[in-house]
Design a protein around this ligand. Structure first.
Ligand SMILES: [Zn+2]
Length: 165
């Protein structure tokens, strides 16, 4: 199963003669094509790699759209954006106004990813976690505590490697 935008979707694996693995997102499932001559372990590794490649690209385009959307609402501009693969952080904002986001946020429901985007953009106004910072976050996203809770409860699942059904 694969967690994607808050839903657990099946991952079907088929063998093909090509190199490594290729991943496709169908309507309600993922399909991986993997070289059948690889060992089980190598297949899993290749599929995980193909999934990450696909998910990073998917996240990138979603993130661009959400950043544009919330920058307009909040009235901020940022420097550079980087997409990271971290085990401990979902996002960060530097004192120079550069933003980092974890591609695994695409595994969370859209409203949870939106919360992290809003959180980091609010750091462009308050570079701390002061009361004013949280008031600002809450003024753009009144239900943000539900998203914080979702990340706490599901963070570990988001870090799990994908597995075939
Ligand atoms: Zn923060």
């Amino acid at each position: 199963m694969v967690l994607y935008r808050g839903n657990m979707l099946p991952l079907l694996v088929r063998c093909y003669p090509g190199q490594g693995a290729r991943l496709f997102c169908r309507e309600n499932r993922f399909e991986a094509y993997v070289n059948g001559r690889l060992s089980k372990e190598q297949q899993e590794h290749a599929i995980a790699e193909a999934f990450e490649k696909w998910a990073v690209r998917d996240f990138e385009s979603r993130l661009e759209e959400r950043l544009k959307h919330f920058c307009n609402i909040i009235g901020v501009t940022y420097g550079a954006v980087r997409i990271k693969s971290q085990k401990t952080r979902w996002g960060s904002c530097s004192s120079k106004g550069n933003l980092n986001f974890n591609w695994r946020l695409v595994l969370a429901p859209d409203w949870v990813m939106d919360y992290v985007v809003v959180h980091e953009l609010c750091h462009l106004k308050h570079l701390n976690h002061s009361k004013d910072f949280w008031l600002t976050v809450g003024s753009y996203m009144p239900e943000y505590k539900t998203a914080v809770k979702w990340l706490k409860q599901n963070g570990a699942v988001m870090l799990q490697p994908v597995t075939a059904d």
